[in-house]
Design a binder for this molecule. Sequence first.
Ligand code: 13P
Length: 248
Amino acid sequence: MANRKYIVGNWKMNGLQSELSDISEIASIAAAHPSVDAAICPPVTLIASAASHNSAFAIGAQDCHFNEKGAHTGCVSAAMIKQAGASFSILGHSERRADQHETDAEIKAKAEAVHAAGLGAIICVGETEEERDAGKAVHVVCGQLEGSFPDKADSSWLTIAYEPVWAIGTGRVPEASDVEEMHAAIRNKLGKLMGEGADAVRILYGGSMNGGNAAELLAVPNVDGGLVGGASLTAEKFGPIIEAAAAA
Ligand code: 13P
């Protein structure tokens, strides 16, 4: 289990130039809590300006293509997001697995592409409500992890985010005991996939994390940080989560 908590904001399809002031305000809070690794993933259109607006935290992308270049209209490559100022990318978010039908094999290829470009990756995994109700949550999540797990993985560039699909944007959060069970299962699976280095890979929790529940979630064993959607959009909401991570 890593010592430094990692708090990542995923802005999804939110954010115009006018919202860059939020990045600056969040940067001030992050700078006041240097014991926390904070990051924001704005839409790709804001990566360059967000990167030049702050030096207190990392800027990431929300996705990139697995090919270096070519005829893929509307897509961006790892080298492109890197040149814009991103130091990592979220990959395999459940919204992309659902909306863009992304497969584990594509996510693995994307992770290997970002690593080859010298970037980090946060690979997302998580079960649907039907899968949890059917008692298959651990099986599904560990299957996603195995299928999307890149070659040459190590903690210097790879992070895993557990995001139960039914908790995203719903205000519903799993019981701490369920989060603990899943993060332990992910840790165990990482051990099988990569051996010793597994303990140092950070495993984030995501899904309706906010200033009110962050302290409890971040205290769960094997929860090394959070991947935050709605509550990352303003300093007012994201600040308390960074503060909770600093106190954890
Ligand atoms: P919410 O925090 O809005 O539930 O979103 C979580 C998420 O999907 C982050 O990637």
